[in-house]
Design a binder for this molecule. Sequence first.
Ligand code: AMP
Length: 175
Amino acid sequence: MSSRVIDFKSLIHDVPDFPKKGIIFKDITPLLGNAQAFAAVIDLMTAPFLGKGISIVAGVESRGFLLATPIAYRLKAGVVPIRKKGKLPRKTRCAFYDLEYGQDSIEAHADAIAPGTKVLLVDDVLATGGTAKAACELLTALGGSIQGLSFLIELNFLNGRTKLPRQIIHSLVTY
Ligand code: AMP
């Protein structure tokens, strides 16, 4: 089956009020578990960034890892995990982002990226854009040159792109 005839949205399930009331969680596990759809998603998320000299793909914990790793393999790039605070064992650099109440932070190893390295950022969902903005700040602070952002899903109504005005953003499925 060609990727053009796979209905990705039918494999992304809406889960109301998860993880808390008012959030409609986009559950991508049916899509990840479908061999044809998963292969097509990885190919389509990779395609705009082929031939751009990307040598690191950074994935955001935790669903971002599931997409960033095969994309890195397709680009013949390395993969760098961007993790929640306290998970990485060596010296880290961190970036903060706003939550509804308070702040949270993400971090990467301080030596994860050689200066000037061309980097692609990957995550499952672009929602308000706070996580991606913090990840971009972190990757730039580490010396990376961000070539683009690749998301499986973009929630257009949350206007996440407005937080990322200078970035090339590719999203496969939009709501
Ligand atoms: P944001 O910082 O608001 O753009 O949120 C992006 C991060 O939160 C991503 O790492 C997503 O995994 C997660 N996320 C946000 N909204 C949703 C949603 N509706 N369904 C699933 N994951 C979400």
